[in-house]
Design a protein around this ligand. Sequence first.
Ligand SMILES: [Zn+2]
Length: 386
Amino acid sequence: MIVEKAGEVLERHELCNHCLGRLFARLGKGTNEERGKAIRFVLNMERSAEGLPPINEPEKCEICENVFEGIPELVEMMKEVSEGVDFETFLVGSRFLEEVCEREEAIWREFGIDTGEPINREFNRELGKAFGLATGKDTSKKPDVVFIMEPYSGEIELQINPIYIYGRYRKLVRGIPQTPMPGFKDSVASIICRAFSKASGGKCVFKGSGREDVDVRMLGNGRPFIVEIKRPKKRKLNLNAIVEEINASGKVSALNPRFVSPKEVENVLTKNHRKEYLALVLVEDGVTPEEAGEVARKLKGIEIHQRTPWRVRTVRADKVRIKRVHKVEAKWIDEKHFELRLVTDGGLYIKELISGDKGRTRPSVSDLLGKPAWCERLDVLNILDH
Ligand SMILES: [Zn+2]
């Protein structure tokens, strides 16, 4: 049946062994070229028995125009394009001209062939095999780089996939924003990204899991962050050396860096962690140790209704969030100051929890004291993962 059908096709169309074999790609094993060669061999034996001339491979294949012969040259071009790029795994994709695919599909229709494989699939596979052999690199479904080929013009687009690194940062000093802001020379993001860009040769994008204000320190176990490195020249980074460089800033330190997948990135960035804070509360009208202790007792376990703070109303949707204060300890400092150590749900604004934000946060420390209170200094002590 196969040989008979192949004979019918070859009497009307001039095909190379690749394109002949590909018509029957879903039958049996081996490459399309081997399959085409074998079919042609048997067909020509039969033809010879019938006294007919053999049908050899044409000068120029009607479907592919001998595109497969160009593979060694394309491999060299791929090597050139990817020179200096650090990668272990790759994938090949190709853009075939519409007319080539149409010529192939017209033959499937003409002869009722339903065992064929599209030309780009074979081409990608064969080019990938050849490039792998030449370079020792492996193909992968999650590759470091993707070569997108225009097989006829020889144009190559090299897509370098990003790498993602998870870590936690501590902000050891006040007065630096998390991300660049006018009027500030440095930011947590710029200090971290500088080290990663230098090591990878790529462009870095920093994303924090939430943020603290410019004047708030981030201490303890640090705040989770992700660095995305776009088009890295180097992928196997020495993360410890990068962390050392960040730590040398004296302003920001990084902890627990590791490579993560895009899926993990999402988890890190969408998780809303409980947090532990230390706030220094100022009460201009004066506060006694008893009053400070009373505030702490009242706050514990309480539900806070917090409307989007006035100061962030332009960047956050205005809505009422219901958050809880889980743990509170008060420590009286002097006639006008006491400290509050708090564990709260993620997303509760602490400065407003203290001031009340003109009634937008209820209840607040001001409400519970019965006199105005302000957050004079704030540190995030820990970001709690559970
Ligand atoms: Zn061909």
